[in-house]
Design a protein around this ligand. Structure first.
Ligand code: CMX
Length: 139
């Protein structure tokens, strides 16, 4: 079911400042940005120049609201790595398999993620201290 590492997510206070930093320092290019009201984030996807579709990306996540998961993460930890996102071909089947292995999934059913993907999360306490996102990209 696993088809790769989709992205690594970094919590940031200000999205535009973080995009400029990643471009000017590491040469990463902005490939996508959006606001996800459900997740309470303003977000951007960046990739190495010339990366084809399917490559691992860097996701920058800034809070839209004070009560969002990213706002809470920033309050507690400051900016930094917030999540590891694994790409799966069937998120429903992946969640069922992980539940069978004793993992707690945060949502009963997958929700909408970046670019109309379907997402769920494994609780970080069940995954070695890492918030693992499962992403099934839109067709
Ligand atoms: N990575 C690793 N550990 C984390 C963590 C993270 N991102 N976020 C919280 N934790 C740890 C906390 O430090 C805490 O540890 P201790 O008990 O040892 O102190 C523990 O997990 C539980 O913390 P909590 O206070 O009970 O829970 P929070 O309110 O911090 O919520 C979580 C944690 C994962 C449930 C919440 O962040 C969440 O719902 N995340 C999923 C949604 C999300 O992250 N959305 C933003 C991204 C959107 C996108 O990718 O599209």
């Amino acid at each position: 079911l696993l088809s790769g590492v989709d992205h690594v997510g970094i919590a940031v206070a200000d999205l535009d400042t973080a995009i400029d930093f990643q471009r000017d320092t590491f040469g990463l290019e902005l490939t996508h940005r959006e606001e996800n009201e459900d997740q309470g984030v303003r977000e951007a996807m960046l990739a190495a120049p010339g990366d084809s579709t399917g490559a691992t990306r860097i996701q920058l996540l800034a809070p839209l609201r004070a009560d969002s998961a990213i706002a809470k993460f920033l309050d507690r930890n400051g900016p930094g790595l917030q999540q590891l996102a694994l790409r799966v071909t069937d998120v429903d089947a992946a969640c069922a398999a992980l539940r069978d292995r004793g993992m707690r999934l945060l949502y009963d059913a997958p929700r909408r993620g970046t670019a109309d993907s379907r997402i769920n999360f494994v609780h970080p306490k069940d995954a070695g201290g890492v918030l693992v996102e499962l992403v099934q990209p839109a067709q």
